[in-house]
Design a binder for this molecule. Structure first.
Ligand code: DX5
Ligand code: ZN
Length: 221
């Protein structure tokens, strides 16, 4: 069964409490917190995302799926671990070398939290194959990281397919999360390619009825 992680990136602050409640009762599986530091990506939403992470942790039992688009990964891992998130995901384009990446995986797991690695559209899955046996999720960016409301980049669907084939061949138990530009038109292709968690932001937040939107995505394949 595919899971939906609702991105709060484009949620505006007024009536955020109400919207978060409405999302929760729409049967999403978790909240996707997109942390941007203004260095790894242009936008800086650090304070707002911390507010939303605290808010969802206080008013909802659903976990938070933290997506770090930051250079100083260690600092934000420390900050978000205190919220007992469902999972913390960092970018391989930011952690870069193997030593730092392994240290980050160890640090997050030692504190009892699941860990994911994110890959941007132009990064080859070969960059992360060596970590697959140690992590819980690969976040495949289906847009350029940095802002919500973009269109899905079609070549990323083949990338998901290639990754899923590799994972199945190696019999690795790991989630594939697709993130960016996902909507009612492309969700079926993304799921058929092999993603089992879909991040949905704009398409869900802009829809009339969250419950119906979530239901239609969960039953589209
Ligand atoms: C982009 C973020 C995504 C994105 C999802 O850098 O990682 O989570 O905001 O939002 P939509 O569904 O609006 O593309
Ligand atoms: Zn994201």
């Amino acid at each position: 069964m595919v899971e939906i992680s609702a991105s709060l990136l484009n949620l505006n602050k007024e009536n955020a409490n109400r919207k978060i409640y409405d999302l929760e009762v729409s049967k999403i599986d978790c909240f996707h917190i997109d942390v941007m530091d203004g260095q790894f990506v242009e936008n800086n939403n650090v304070d707002l995302m911390k507010d939303y992470a605290l808010l969802t942790s206080h008013i909802s039992n659903l976990g938070i799926d933290v997506h770090l688009m930051v250079n100083n990964i260690e600092e934000f891992v420390e900050e978000y671990l205190s919220l007992s998130p469902r999972i913390i995901t960092f970018h391989i384009e930011s952690s870069k070398d193997e030593d730092r990446t392994l240290k980050l995986i160890k640090k997050i797991k030692e504190r009892g939290t699941k860990v994911g690695i994110a890959i941007s559209p132009d990064t080859n899955i070969d960059e992360i194959k060596k970590y697959l046996g140690m992590i819980h999720m690969v976040l495949v960016m289906t847009v350029i990281p940095g802002k919500g409301g973009q269109s899905l980049i079609p070549k990323t669907i083949q990338k998901i397919k290639n990754l899923r084939e590799y994972i199945n061949e190696k019999k690795i138990d790991i989630d594939i999360e697709a993130d960016g530009g996902i909507n009612g038109e492309n969700a079926k292709d993304v799921i058929k390619a092999g993603a089992n968690i879909l991040v949905i932001g704009t398409y869900l937040l802009n829809s009339e009825n969250y419950f119906e939107t979530v239901k239609s995505i969960k039953t589209c394949y």
